[in-house]
Ligand binder design. Structure first.
Ligand code: SAH
Ligand code: SF4
Length: 360
């Protein structure tokens, strides 16, 4: 019998990859398509469930392959609003977090694209972990399927707003988005899949060409290069104008509206002039600004007060900018935006990072 390491994990494979896999077992291509339906549309986790496959094939599959499941290392109790955070353990022992957010709107899951993140935004707990590795497309998709199973609900919305920068794991994220959106597979509506990115410009350019079935949200958080550099080191590589040039092209080519995420930080980005700067930056883009309260992560940055947020929203309205304030959920459970943290920072000279206990 093969050891688990030798077994091919099938979740994450496309329809044609599953056809090839079937061929590698000497089976006709349609067996691959049957596997596709069982794994994604019917969410089967075991070959034994796949009753239209011959018993002998099911036995062979059980030896050489695995549907693929994530182990839950810990799950929080459902919050007052039924939201829940899952800590998933990957095969190499690394961990990622996934958050279930019912009614926000629809049945939403917030998923991770990387273990950690290399971008080190000052306000973000994930950034403090440093970067461990990219998730595979299978690991990304499995978070959705496993969350559904745990909360016993069909999910309707997926947001890539968990750990990691999706555009630093471009190929796997696009592959996962396509698997999630396939109406004959997992079947999440493209208008209900959102990828959030700080805007790595070369990846954004690829995204414009590929036009994957998902919406995009850009984490802006400041209106001048000087201030964005201060809190988001990535801005030193791609200035606001470079980023916005690409965003404008994307909006023009795809005709999709763009959401901008904007964390409210006292005196840094909540001034009158920031509202005017935003108007200038967002010119010619069908935009919505989603204001977010700064969640506590020990960053030392001061959150804008409720009064300052109200005032800023008023200025945005004056500037003709469409804006909303995102509800902050899961702050107590450290499940809110920017609060996901699963490993001690990676220090190559010490023991492997995943041997530390997590503090999430
Ligand atoms: N790397 C991507 C996606 C993950 S972060 C990105 O940055 O867009 C998802 C969202 O959480 C982003 O908008 C991010 O800016 C926000 N976020 C990070 N830290 C936060 C904090 N302390 N308080 C509120 N939102 C935060
Ligand atoms: Fe990475 Fe996003 Fe956190 Fe910045 S906010 S460190 S890009 S996960």
């Amino acid at each position: 019998m093969n050891s688990p390491q030798d077994q091919q994990i099938l979740t994450g494979l496309t329809r044609s990859e599953l056809e090839q896999f079937a061929a590698s077992l000497g089976e006709p291509a349609y067996r691959g398509r049957q596997l596709y339906r069982w794994i994604y549309a019917r969410r089967a986790r075991d070959f034994a469930e796949m009753t239209d496959l011959p018993a002998l094939l099911r036995e062979r599959l059980a030896v050489s392959a695995e549907v693929g499941a994530l182990n839950v290392a810990r799950e929080s109790l459902p919050g007052r609003d039924r939201s829940q955070k899952f800590l998933f353990e990957l095969r190499d022992g690394l961990r990622v977090e996934t958050v279930y957010l019912p009614d926000s709107p629809g049945e939403t899951v917030c998923i991770s694209s990387q273990v950690g993140c290399a971008l080190g935004c000052q306000f973000c707990a994930t950034g403090k972990m440093g970067f461990f590795r990219n998730l595979t497309a299978g690991e990304i998709v499995q978070q959705v399927i496993e969350c559904e199973r745990r909360v016993n609900t069909r999910l309707t919305n997926v947001v890539f707003m968990g750990m990691g920068e999706p555009f630093h794991n471009y190929d796997n994220v696009v592959k996962a988005v396509r698997l999630l959106a396939d109406p004959e597979g997992i079947g999440i509506a493209p208008s209900r899949i959102t990828v959030s990115t700080v805007g790595i410009v070369p990846s954004l350019e690829r995204w414009i060409t590929d036009d994957p079935p998902a919406k995009l949200a850009i984490s802006l958080h400041a209106t001048t290069d000087e201030r964005r550099n201060q809190i988001m080191p990535v801005n030193k590589a791609y200035s606001l104008e470079t980023l916005m040039k690409s965003v404008r092209r994307w909006a023009h080519v795809t005709r999709h509206p763009v959401t901008f995420e904007y964390i409210m930080i006292a005196d840094l980005n909540d001034r009158r002039e920031d509202a005017a700067n935003l108007k200038h930056l967002l010119r010619n883009v069908p935009a919505k600004v989603n204001l977010i309260r700064l969640h506590p992560t020990g960053s030392g940055l001061p959150p804008s007060s409720d009064a300052a947020i109200d005032r800023f929203m008023g200025w945005l309205v004056e500037e003709g900018i469409n804006c909303t304030l995102r509800e902050s959920r899961g702050v107590e459970e450290k499940a809110a935006c920017g609060m996901l943290y699963t490993q001690e920072p990676f220090k190559p000279t010490k023991a492997r990072a995943w041997e530390h206990t997590d503090r999430s």
